[in-house]
Design a protein around this ligand. Sequence first.
Ligand code: G3H
Ligand code: 13P
Ligand code: ZN
Length: 376
Amino acid sequence: MQINIKKRHGGSKFFTLHSSLFTFFRIFAVENFKYHIYKFKIVMVNYKDLGLVNTREMFKRAVAGGYAIPAFNFNTMEQMQAIVMAAVETKSPVIMQVSKGARNYANATILRYMAEGAVAYAKELGCEHPEIVLHLDHGDSFELCKDCIDMGFSSVMIDGSHLPYEENIALAKKVVDYAHQFDVTVEAELGVLAGVEDEVSAAESHYTKPEEVIDFSTRTGCDSLAISIGTSHGAHKFTPEQCTLVNGVLVPPPLAFDILHEIEKKLPGFPIVLHGSSSVPMDEVNTINQFGGHLEAAIGIPEEQLREASKSAVCKINIDSDSRLAMTAAIRKHLAEHPGDFDPRQYLKPARENMKKMYIHKIVNVLGSDGKLGQC
Ligand code: G3H
Ligand code: 13P
Ligand code: ZN
């Protein structure tokens, strides 16, 4: 371009420089404009156009039916595939959730398209009417929630649990007011979970105060409420000292079902959410440790307790760490047994299979959401 101009006009170096700069800025302006048009188009997607659903109907049915909807976190394609395969095989509604960390890791746009792909994949696997929610897990600001809503999420969590009570209410209400314009459902949190992991850590746990839940849910207008009754994030939920040794197994303290039941009495039929609900299966921990890992004192929530909680108003149970453990155990085992393998498909295939097995187990044997699709 530069040479052509020079040749045609026989111009000076000065003229050539000006022309090039002009061309550069013209192209920059056009491309920038195109980018904003492109961004605008992506930004204004509504989840209904992607085949996703919000949580309202599925929660209503789950509370009435005494079961819980699985909320599985995903960061990778294999997790997404395993979640969809498990949900389709068991005919279960499912919540696919994305944390801020997942957005940072995998890219927000890619995850959004993966969720759209998940709906198409479920149909391809034979499920005509999949019920898939794309949910923001632990949204920490209005802006993040808005961005997700504008991008096609059907549900968001605003986690103001660490804030003073009035600030938590104000933030949750702001998100609810925005989300409800687009029929997006909102989960808010009252009470703080214990845990020392990743971006959702809290040094100590503060159980939810039942006397606050009516005021909080009424003033925020939230659609579901995450509560703190003794669960916590990560694979190390309790120290061995907090547990009781029963037949050589460390049994953690029971969840505070008394608080849960008090909350249920205050908010009859209101959807309750449990975070930090991985059970940290010992067989996966042992496999990881057997094949070179080092996970000490990994302790989760016993599945019986989650089974019991599922029968109450708890209608969403969050599971992430168990998926991480299932994936890591399978990869470690495969690579230890096949040291010559280096094609990711060789070790990610068993990882995907192992996660799928775990998801199906949770759906069928713990949460009881199998066969609960509104339409098959
Ligand atoms: O509750 C948090 C989830 O396990 C997400 O964790 O922030 O490391 O993605 P993350
Ligand atoms: P776990 O770490 O127990 O899997 O909890 C996940 C979670 O609460 C996601 O929000
Ligand atoms: Zn959580």
